[in-house]
Design a protein around this ligand. Structure first.
Ligand code: ATP
Ligand code: MG
Length: 556
């Protein structure tokens, strides 16, 4: 069960101090995705942090799209992101915001910087600029265009905006310090010319502001108090502060960095996830093997489970590479309490109950959850032919085997003790059927004079419904697929990450709604597929997670 007590971390400590000292009178955060792909588990960490703080401190959290790279951005992504934030259980304050809402204001501020002599139009090509920038050990050199007059700069910048110059031929740069040890302060580009259709502003603009210039101003305009971002922006903070210090913005938010989440056996980069989708390595952004929120949702992960995961991993500045087992156990703990238990046979082996007698042989009712009688129950009917799991029979079992073996007994869950009298084989010697007999005196009671310890799950062949069952394993065979300098992450794709089987489920699942969660007893948690499940018609279940941690045993 998830605990809702917030765990103290350094960002909360900063906020507490700011509120106590009167520096801030409330908390305003924002979640600022770029609509250039679907959100992944790393974004979930950021969402839970930003929206979670707003909730805990009765503040606000904005959703703001950072839409400054028109070629890569699409409405599909923006819509999917909004859906994901809602699905995770959060609501942004007021309308959805867009950095592009501020394009005019950003432009006006850029003119202001020019008037103050703090920005100039530069004609260096990107390549030349790189040369002038210097290295870690060598200072940069001033651009030959750095000393243009304010009037020239204003004129050129207005003409950039008016579309008089070709793409890439000029930039607007902040005039800071080419000798700074921090590259971000070596006269960074703040505007570039790019004739690209923008999802919000269409073709109105042919110059676009850079992220570093846009982000701090957008935060300030929205009066964000604490602007939380991942550690790679630490070196950008001096630029964030520099921009705000020059301009008459209504507030000066504090940027605070925390470490990004990395999950073993997967990648958390939209660019790499896009590559998996566009090259057809997965079925789409919502493929249940993807670490996207859409993928995890389709697989059967719950918002509560993901939020609990975010709570457990915490927030800090130290490296945050997390084992998949941590995520899975949070999901399992959530589903444990809410998923009804049913029986399903995933890899079926037929069993004929040779002494089955219609009319004499009974059925039992079984509850859907041992701790939740309010979930109700159903009759578990038996018939002469049943399905059991292939793995629950062994001709030559190891010692201590409690499932079926020749001459051995096991209890059918909610039903009789059966004894295996014969294993029927095909021409290749493969066991294709068992012939078993029921002990008629064992329905709801122990057999007399002997102990039968093993309990196996099963379904009645004449009652069961056919179901497609999708079993997922890790998507990559390497814990850090993108951590190899000389090898592409694609090389580490697991060829066996998806296995589709045709199994049998209890009739109680006939009308399972898309996205309904179940525990298939002894097998794992499963979820009716969000897209392909058609209640009463086609049954498709995705394995969300196994019942126990199998990650460290080399099998999913
Ligand atoms: P990607 O590399 O996947 O595109 P990004 O940082 O470019 O990630 P954005 O859309 O800019 O993606 O991210 C929105 C917010 O989510 C940012 O504040 C970013 O810092 C945060 N975020 C992204 N990835 C992670 C992660 N792995 N862990 C924690 N926060 C993340
Ligand atoms: Mg980004």
């Amino acid at each position: 069960m998830s605990d809702t007590t917030p765990i103290q971390h350094f960002i909360r400590t900063i906020i507490d101090a700011d509120l106590a000292s009167g520096k801030q009178h409330g908390v305003a955060t924002r979640f600022p995705p770029e609509p250039n792909g679907y959100l992944h588990i790393g974004h979930a960490k950021s969402i839970c942090l930003n929206f979670g703080l707003a909730q805990d401190y009765q503040g606000v959290c904005n959703l703001r799209f950072d839409d400054t790279n028109p070629e890569k951005e699409a409405d599909e992504y923006a819509l999917a992101i909004q859906e994901d934030v809602h699905w995770l259980g959060f609501q942004w304050s007021g309308p959805v915001r867009w950095a592009s809402d501020y394009f005019q204001q950003l432009y006006d501020y850029a003119e202001e910087l020019i008037r103050q002599g703090k920005a100039f139009v530069c004609d260096l090509t990107l390549e030349a600029m790189r040369e002038y920038r210097g290295t870690l050990t060598e200072k940069g050199r001033n651009s030959p265009y750095r000393e243009r007059t304010v009037d020239d700069n204003l004129d050129l910048f207005r003409r950039m905006k008016a579309g008089e110059f070709p793409d890439g031929s000029k930039t607007l740069r902040a005039k800071i310090d080419m000798a700074s040890p921090n590259f971000n302060l070596r006269d960074p580009v703040i505007y570039r010319i790019k004739r690209a259709h923008h999802i919000r502003t269409g073709d109105v603009w042919c110059i676009y502001p850079m992220y570093d210039y846009t982000h701090c101003i957008s935060d300030a305009l929205e009066r964000i108090t604490h602007s939380l971002c991942t550690l790679e922006f630490e070196d950008h903070r001096p630029l964030y502060d520099w921009v705000l210090d020059q301009l008459p913005v209504p507030s000066h938010p504090q940027q605070i960095e925390f470490s990004r989440l990395e999950l073993h056996y997967t990648v958390t980069s939209k660019r790499k996830l896009l590559q998996l989708v566009s090259q057809g390595h997965v079925a789409g952004w919502d493929d249940p093997r993807m670490p996207t929120l859409h993928g995890m949702r389709r697989r059967g992960y719950t918002p509560e489970g993901i939020r609990e995961f975010a709570r457990r991993i915490g927030i800090s500045k130290s490296e945050n590479i997390v084992d998949m087992a941590v995520l899975e156990s949070a999901i399992r703990d959530d589903l444990e309490a809410k998923a009804p238990r049913v029986m399903a046979v995933i890899k079926p082996l037929k069993v004929v109950l040779t002494n089955y007698q219609d009319g004499v042989t009974g059925s039992r009712s079984a509850g859907f959850h041992p701790q939740h009688p309010e979930f109700g129950g159903r009759e578990v009917s038996i018939s002469r032919e049943i399905w059991i799991e292939q793995d629950d029979f062994s001709e030559d079992p190891p010692t201590g085997w409690q499932r079926l073996k020749p001459g051995g007994e096991a209890r059918l869950r909610y039903s009789y003790v059966v004894k295996c009298d014969e294993a029927v084989k095909d021409a290749d010697g493969k066991v294709v059927e068992l012939r078993c007999s029921i002990d008629h005196d064992t329905l709801g009671q122990n057999p007399v004079g002997r102990k039968v310890k093993g309990v196996i799950h099963w379904v009645s062949a004449s009652h069961a419904l056919a179901a497609e069952i999708r079993l997922y394993d890790r998507l990559f065979t390497d814990p850090e697929p993108d951590g190899h300098k000389d090898r592409d992450f694609i090389e580490f794709l697991n060829p066996n990450s998806l296995t589709v089987v045709h199994g049998w489920v209890e009739p109680a699942l006939k009308d399972a709604a898309p996205e309904a969660h179940y525990q298939f007893e002894r097998s794992g948690y499963f979820c009716a597929d969000r897209i392909d499940q058609r209640p009463g018609e086609r049954l498709v279940f995705n394995r969300t997670v196994t019942l126990r941690d199998t990650w460290n045993k080399g099998h999913g």
